[in-house]
Design a protein around this ligand. Sequence first.
Ligand code: 8YV
Length: 326
Amino acid sequence: MKKPLVIVTRKLPDIVETRMRELFDTRLNPDDRALTQAELVEAMKQAEVLVPTVSDRLDSRTLVQAGPNLKLIANFGAGVDHIDVETARQRGIAVTNTPGVLTEDTADMTMALILAVPRRMVEGTEMLMKGDFKGWSPTWMLGKRIWGKRLGIIGMGRIGQAVARRAKAFGLQIHYHNRKPVPQATERELEATYWESLDQMLARVDIVSVNCPHTPATYHLLSARRLKAMKPSAYIVNTARGEVIDENALARMLESGELAGAGLDVFEHEPAVNPKLLKLKNVVLLPHMGSATLESRIDMGEKVIVNIKTYADGHRPPDRVIPAML
Ligand code: 8YV
């Protein structure tokens, strides 16, 4: 049986690449240089399977240039907002992703930001490194207590629930907004309160965690108006997608003290970061590292391989993304 030509756009862990080379006619990117849009089109003209990542923009203008051989886009990542899934469907190209395997790592990073911002951990480290630690004082570097506060989770899927489990152990009260409530057994386990109205939840919580995907419905879900509805003492953590928050409005409000602080792992125009954010003390900013563990990258690679192999064997890949799901 002829092996499918699989083009991988970025460098993946060696163990994943080795297995892909065993199974498929695989073209790798050992230099890990992000492809230009023209190179991406060229890859889509040749490949039967494309393995992109969040750093590739597969919009409709790019997708319509795909060659007739392209049958599967096996995304290395859970989020698919960089792929126009509807255009792919219209052209008979299946799209798969890698759900489930980055849940715990992303939830860990979310929890780390929930702790780091109110407790001023990065500010403290920077002060120490600059030699500004002149000795302990009772009123120096005071942050805000985590225990007993209300956490409002936006998007109670796998990652949102994993964040809730951790947060509960830290004494936070769990509130959440989702398209629909989670099963009652999960709500009971997490002692979680469902808010159908996001506006009402935002006005009542002390920390907001964004854990929903970026879709047309969630673009700027945290708009300037909604950010203003939050308490000025509240914090925001985002490990999902930058586009869910109006980043400009957030930066302005953090600057003027209308919000207490933010922990951001993702940005609206990655890799660019709003320059206003870079000047603030009340933020912890990370370069999209939520799922960046070796274990997660290997598991993601394994999912990609299973999706391609299943397709190559004539079956429906397990992690298909259907436009109606988005
Ligand atoms: C990945 C992510 O690193 O999977 C996702 O949706 O945001 C990240 O954790 C990235 O997408 C890899 O393509």
